[in-house]
Design a protein around this ligand. Structure first.
Ligand SMILES: Cc1cc2nc3c(=O)[nH]c(=O)nc-3n(C[C@H](O)[C@H](O)[C@H](O)COP(=O)(O)OP(=O)(O)OC[C@H]3O[C@@H](n4cnc5c(N)ncnc54)[C@H](O)[C@@H]3O)c2cc1C
Length: 687
């Protein structure tokens, strides 16, 4: 018991060191007090509902978990309608529930795809039904044989002119739709990607609204074989019934093809979209949402580990932050070890950067959709490439970060009760779905290759975030350019940091362009030979925009256009600047080879960079608990014995272990059957 109260005391003491206003910081992160209030209100709505209680989750098997997921889905839909919640509130509900539910693809993909690719009449027909959950939809693109390569999907939609219908057919066994969230049990409809065939001619993949199950009795329609694909890795997505479906010459009306951009008339005439990439809007949305989700995930993981590491004590080693003066005789708080700080604090900074990136990416998406609605496609290619690069990078660092947070917490980190195990299992597939993180990087690389060409011919047309390609136009001076840092404090200049990232991006983009040109251009080169470089440049670009957007968001907070927009006090801004510096410089340090291989950094600069990072890490120490408190994740959401806000880690871990069903019996199941015969094999023993 004495230990327990010390845990609480440790966290409380750490909080007293915070030298900025936590409310201010929370307002900065979520875009103002009204948003913070609304998020709290929504999380509370969920926390009050018994169906969303998480206590028995670790003991549910796949079948029970899916049933729970279905019950949770139904309640989620009811709450949305009862409270007339908008999409952002819905996303917050999903955040609060903290699990992937069968209904999510209905709101996350089915509705957005119809909204962005359906004609006005189709939107009018399907969306009201979908919004009232009179139909439940999913998004069926991936097949057993193909996912990434959309052009090789094998499901066909063949136009039958006599009856004015499409015949949907899984032409081979590998054409079965696979992995589809919501398809396994609950959906009544699916938007299906299938190859459009008219009079034997293949027009490529298009989207069709396909009824799957009867609205009367929920039985699959004749001609469709549908089911659940089974349990998933690490016990993740266990409440989601990812499904399969095979279509056997299944007929749907012609009007069920989504026709905002491509069209097929009654007499079978195909009209192609005015721009090949017009249908990318819903993809950009899903990727933008993922970036914000990663901010929420990583900030939760760092909250849990920061709080636990503040109360965990090991050894009696002196550190610069020894608390022997206030806690004589106690072991060292592990958060005081520079090695621990060096692993943890850059991830806190990264979480803040992810919040900024999530906001800007969403603004870019909204700008894109506004443009598209008036026929303006100017920003389409850039926004699409940026969302691809960021999706790949942000989901990669969030998944790696969650695992690092587990390791930071030592043995207890491996307990389910950290709240991290379940979260990790939910995050990792984000590296694969919505575009495999490696394949996706080819999008940004292709885009940059075009930008390099544009820079050479019409430099004024280069788009805002790839302006760095202009740096390399004059090869001679670019090759000899060197980082301007002379004193250690120069690293803290945001303009110097941005110049460093821009230099790397310009070099990598130009090198990729040269390699493709040397191989005879895009038409002749073996593109897959360049994919390692694609990954490098795409992640380099993502890091550049993340650093840029974090810097810009702090500048905006410092100089708001109106007093109402003032969301951060000078003290909060001072610590944000430190975080931004740490984020930028730690990212450089992690990729140091990229900055040295062309001698842009000197050996002395590398050393001073490391030294500056070390100083910055140490400078966060007193603020760490306040910084994670500012993420404003309530205990219900964290669902963590180790990371609860009161710091009572050992007591909570003990209490949680007592809920283990095995502990309900003094003598374990299986004793009579297995253990007793083993113990008695050589006769009775008296000791
Ligand atoms: C949890 C989860 C939920 C999902 N939900 C849905 C859903 O609701 N609807 C839906 O339609 N789909 C869904 N999917 C499927 C998902 O979108 C695909 O699995 C994903 O896009 C990856 O495609 P793939 O499986 O074809 O991978 P593959 O492309 O087969 O990848 C296999 C490996 O090959 C590599 N690779 C492939 N092509 C290249 C290349 N050109 N160059 C270099 N390397 C390459 C990849 O990096 C990877 O390592 C889901 C998947 C998961 C895991």
């Amino acid at each position: 018991m004495a230990q327990t109260s010390q845990n609480k005391k440790d966290l409380a003491q750490a909080r007293t060191k915070t030298n900025f206003d936590i409310t201010d910081m929370t307002n900065y992160l979520y875009g103002g007090p009204a948003n913070v209030e609304q998020r709290r209100y929504i999380i509370d709505l969920i926390a009050r509902e018994p169906i969303f209680n998480k206590d028995d989750w670790p003991w549910l098997n796949h079948t029970d978990a899916v049933k729970r997921g279905i019950a949770m889905s139904a309640r989620l839909a009811e709450i949305k309608m009862e409270h007339e919640l908008n999409d952002l509130d819905f996303a917050t509900m999903v955040e609060a529930i903290d699990d992937t539910l069968p209904i999510l693809l209905h709101n996350g993909a089915f509705i957005p795809v119809i909204n962005s690719q359906g004609s006005d009449e189709q939107i009018e027909k399907w969306i009201p039904l979908a919004e009232k959950y009179q139909i439940i939809g999913c998004y069926a693109q991936t097949e057993l044989g193909h996912g990434s390569n959309l052009s090789q999907l094998e499901t066909t939609a063949t136009f039958v002119q006599e009856t004015d219908e499409w015949e949907i057919n899984s032409t081979t066994f590998t054409a079965a739709k696979w992995w589809i969230g919501g398809l396994g049990a609950i959906c009544t409809h699916a938007v299906v990607q299938a190859k459009l065939i008219i009079a034997g001619k293949d027009y490529g993949a298009h989207v069709f609204v396909v009824p799957i199950r009867s609205l009367d009795n929920h039985k699959p329609f004749p001609g469709i074989q549908v089911g659940d694909i089974g349990p998933k890795a690490y016990g993740g997505f266990n409440k989601m019934e990812n499904g399969f479906a095979r279509f056997n010459k299944y007929r749907i009306p012609r009007e069920n093809m989504l026709m905002r951009f491509s069209k097929v008339s009654r007499d079978g005439v195909y009209t192609k979209p005015p721009h090949a990439k017009l249908s990318y809007g819903s993809m950009v949305l899903l990727r933008s949402v993922l970036i914000r989700q990663m901010a929420l995930y990583l900030s939760r993981a760092t909250t849990i580990s920061t709080r636990y590491l503040t109360v965990r004590r090991q050894f009696n080693n002196p550190t610069k932050r020894n608390d022997a003066d206030i806690n004589p005789g106690l072991e060292t708080q592990v958060i005081n070890y520079p090695m621990v700080q060096n692993r943890l604090f850059p991830m806190i900074a990264q979480s803040y950067a992810l919040f900024a990136a999530g906001s800007v990416m969403m603004e870019m998406y909204i700008g894109l959709m506004t443009g598209l609605s008036s026929g303006n496609i100017d920003t389409l290619a850039e926004v699409h490439a940026t969302s691809s690069a960021l999706k790949s990078y942000c989901t990669t660092i969030a998944a790696a970060g969650a695992e690092e947070c587990r390791k930071l917490m030592g043995g207890h980190g491996y307990s389910y009760f950290t709240g991290l195990a379940h979260m990790f299992a939910s995050i990792v597939p984000s590296n694969t779905y919505e575009g495999d993180n490696y394949v996706l990087t080819q999008q940004m690389a292709r885009y940059l290759l075009k930008e390099v060409k544009t820079a050479r011919i019409t430099p004024y047309k280069v788009t805002p975030y790839s302006k760095y390609v202009l740096l390399a136009l004059n090869r001679d001076s670019f090759t000899h350019s060197r980082c301007s840092v002379t004193r250690i404090e120069d690293w803290l200049n945001p303009d110097v940091q941005l110049a460093v990232f821009e230099h790397r991006c310009a070099r990598l983009a130009t090198e990729l362009s040269d390699a493709v040109d040397a191989a005879g251009g895009m038409e002749s080169t073996t593109w897959s030979d360049h994919n390692i470089e694609c990954y490098r440049i795409s992640h380099a670009h993502a890091q550049y925009v993340m650093v840029l957007w974090f810097i810009q968001s702090i500048r905006d907070a410092r100089n708001p256009e109106t007093e109402e927009e003032r969301r951060a006090s000078p003290e909060a801004i001072a610590i944000l600047e430190r975080l931004s510096n740490l984020h930028a410089l730690h990212t450089i340090q992690t990729n140091l080879a990229d900055f040295t291989e062309d001698a842009y950094f000197s050996p002395a600069q590398c050393q001073s960079l490391r030294s500056q990072v070390k100083t910055l890490v140490a400078s966060i120490a007193d603020q760490a608990v306040g910084l994670v408190d500012a993420f404003d994740h309530p205990d219900f959401l964290l669902a963590s014995a180790l990371g609860a806000s009161d710091g009572d880690a050992y007591q909570r871990l003990w209490d949680k272990a007592q809920t283990e069903p095995l502990n309900r019996r003094e003598v374990c199941d299986g004793y009579e059957e297995y253990i007793r015969p083993l113990l008695k094999k050589h006769g009775e023993l008296k000791l």
